[in-house]
Design a protein around this ligand. Structure first.
Ligand SMILES: [Zn+2]
Length: 200
C-alpha cells in the first residue's frame, strides 16, 4: 500500500480492472483512485501512461468508471442498457486519441495521441464497448459476493466463474461458508442453556 493508498486489483480485462478501482460497492466501498496521481499510477501499470491528471480529469475518469459499471451490470443481467451510461462511454471513446501498435515481440501496446487522461480513457471505453457488445470470447457476470456484485468478464472454459476475483471475494466467501458450517455443526452445545450433548 504505497503512500497509504489502497492497492490496485488488476485483472486481465482492462475495462473491468478499471471498474474494480471502486470495490465493495454494496458494502464499505473502497476508492482505489482517491487522487489524480493515483489515477496516473493506475493508468501507468495498465499500459496507458498519461503525463498528468487534474481533478477534473479524475472526475471524468470516475464518471466513465461508473458508467461502465452500470452498463456492464445491465448487460450481465440482460437488462436494457442505461442510456446515460452509454452516452458517457461513447463520449469518452470518441474524445480521445490512441492507436494500437505492435511490439517487436509481437505484443499489442497502446500509443496515446497526446499522453492525456482523455486518450487513456478512450482506450478503456473502447475495451468496455467490446465486452458489452459481446465481441469478445467470454461472458459478463456479477460477482456472487453480496457486498461486491461487481461486473466481471468470465473467460473460463465452463463460463461458471462466480467471483470477480478469486483472491479477494472468492476467498472471503469460502471462509464465510466454512465458518457458517462450523457454527451449524458444532455451535449448539452450551449456547443459552441448551443441554444438547456435544458429540464425542
Ligand atoms: Zn467481487
Amino acid at each position: 500500500m504505497p503512500d497509504g493508498f489502497p492497492d490496485f486489483r488488476l485483472g486481465s480485462v482492462l475495462a473491468t480492472s478499471f471498474t474494480g478501482t471502486l470495490s465493495e460497492r454494496h458494502g464499505t466501498a473502497v476508492e482505489r483512485i482517491p487522487t489524480p496521481q493515483r489515477l496516473v499510477d493506475w493508468l501507468a501499470v495498465s499500459g496507458l501512461a498519461a503525463e498528468s491528471c487534474t481533478p477534473a480529469q479524475l472526475d471524468l475518469a470516475r464518471e466513465l468508471r461508473e458508467s461502465i459499471h452500470a452498463a456492464a451490470t445491465a448487460a450481465a443481467i440482460q437488462d436494457a442498457l442505461p442510456a446515460a451510461a452509454v452516452q458517457v462511454i461513447n463520449d469518452r471513446s470518441v474524445q480521445g486519441r490512441a492507436a494500437a501498435v505492435l511490439t517487436a515481440e509481437g505484443e499489442r501496446r497502446w500509443q496515446l495521441g497526446s499522453a492525456s487522461v482523455e486518450d487513456a480513457l478512450s482506450v478503456i471505453a473502447a475495451d468496455a464497448i467490446s465486452i458489452i457488445a459481446g465481441e469478445r470470447d467470454g461472458r459478463l457476470a456479477l460477482c456472487a459476493s453480496p457486498t461486491c456484485q461487481a461486473a466481471f468478464f468470465d473467460t473460463s472454459q465452463s463460463r461458471t466463474r462466480r467471483w470477480c476475483d478469486m483472491n479477494t471475494c472468492g476467498n472471503r466467501q469460502k471462509k464465510a461458508r466454512y465458518l457458517a458450517n462450523q457454527r451449524a455443526s458444532g455451535g449448539r452445545a452450551g449456547s443459552s442453556g441448551d443441554r444438547s450433548p456435544s458429540p464425542r
